[in-house]
Write a protein that binds this ligand. Structure first.
Ligand code: A3P
Length: 342
């Protein structure tokens, strides 16, 4: 497709027809809008082909010194962390948070990568409400560019695909989660969001995940890019499992990182606000807004279990061994370890 230009240093490759046919067998369900996938750069980051247009725009965008970014591999607790960060940075403005959905307060900059295909226009353009949502999703990059400061921006991109000045210019929070729980959560996500047209079972999904054929994989490359920078003064590296175990400490770490003094009372109220049972009911963050639209299938929910270690119920003996080998291989050159879960 594009072998690297002045505006974008990375090669973008389409799948060959054989791989396309193989992968798309699992993306053929009703309502799917994806047409093709691409691999980007030397690590071969995998995306729907809509990313090709966005990639140079995001890479070359201007960042502002007071931006706050939350970057994660998908399903690592992004939404939870976004709300935490936003509340601390905005002096606990619960009224504003209730009025403005998180996806507008804290836009997902590359959201349009799923939808700028003719098929999506046809699929979503069937009534005014769906069309308006598709337009809003497609304009997330523009929304970020014209937002008032301080901006709060979500991305699942690894640091190497984000603006090179990002970390030296503004604050970045990365949240990581055990990849086996990520895979389970992501599998449900692929079924919940109708636009993937995903029809595979968990074992098939797991295989795609470790073969780096799922959006934003390779998982370990993505996470390790941030891990390597965890001691940069503008990077705060968190784990989902730590937040689950001790949310007040995570809130205090975020507050210290953002230079905010917080009282025990404020921390305690925020933890109550962020508790899974409350979060699941919170219409500003729970994506229930998408129910009854063509974006999602109506079974399941974005806020699913909110636990650590649930992957054990999904892995058979073969997958357990695969996971162990895969993790050992990918962790051999790093001191990254995931918090143990009791
Ligand atoms: P599960 O599917 O395992 O339940 P992301 O926001 O990155 O997509 O991550 C979604 C995952 O975070 C889901 O995991 C979701 O339930 C979990 N999550 C969201 N809010 C949470 C909260 N308040 N407490 C714990 N987990 C939460």
């Amino acid at each position: 497709m594009n072998s690297g230009t002045k505006d974008y240093p990375y090669e973008i490759k389409n799948l060959d027809p054989e791989e396309h046919a193989k992968v798309f067998k699992q993306f053929n369900a009703d309502g799917g809008v994806l047409e093709d996938f691409i691999r980007v750069g030397p690590k071969g980051y995998w995306f729907p082909c809509g990313f090709a247009e966005l990639a140079p725009k995001i890479y070359n965008m201007e960042v502002r010194p007071d931006d706050v970014w939350v970057i994660t591999f998908p399903k690592s607790g992004t939404t939870w962390t976004q709300e935490l960060v936003w509340q601390v940075a905005n002096d606990f403005n619960y009224a504003k948070a209730k009025d403005i959905p998180l996806w507008n307060r804290f836009p997902f900059i590359e959201f349009a990568l799923f939808f700028n295909e003719e098929k999506a226009q046809k699929e979503f353009g069937c009534d005014e409400e769906n069309k308006a949502m598709l337009d809003a999703a497609n304009k997330k990059f523009d929304q970020v560019s014209t937002m008032q400061s301080p901006r709060f921006i979500k991305s699942h991109l690894p640091l190497s695909l984000l603006p090179p000045a990002l970390l030296d210019s503004c604050r970045v929070v990365h949240v990581a989660r055990d990849p086996r729980d990520v895979a389970v959560s992501y599998y449900h996500h692929y079924h919940f969001f109708r636009f993937y047209g995903y029809s595979g079972n968990f074992k098939q999904f797991w295989n795609l995940f470790i073969e780096n054929r799922i959006d934003w994989t390779p998982y370990f490359e993505n996470v390790k890019e941030s891990w390597r920078m965890r001691n940069h003064p503008n990077m705060l590296f968190l784990f989902y499992e730590d937040a689950l175990r001790d949310l007040p400490s995570t809130v205090k770490r975020v507050a210290a990182f953002l230079g905010k003094a917080v009282t025990e009372e404020q921390v305690s109220r925020l933890c109550e606000h962020l508790a899974f049972a409350n979060f699941k009911k919170n219409l500003s963050v729970n994506y229930d807004i998408l129910k009854d639209t063509r974006f999602v299938r109506n079974e399941g929910s974005f806020m699913r279990k909110g636990k650590a270690g649930g992957w054990r119920e999904y892995f058979d003996e073969e997958m357990l061994q695969q996971a162990q080998r895969w993790m050992e291989h990918n962790l051999r050159d790093t001191d990254l370890t995931f918090p143990s879960v009791v």
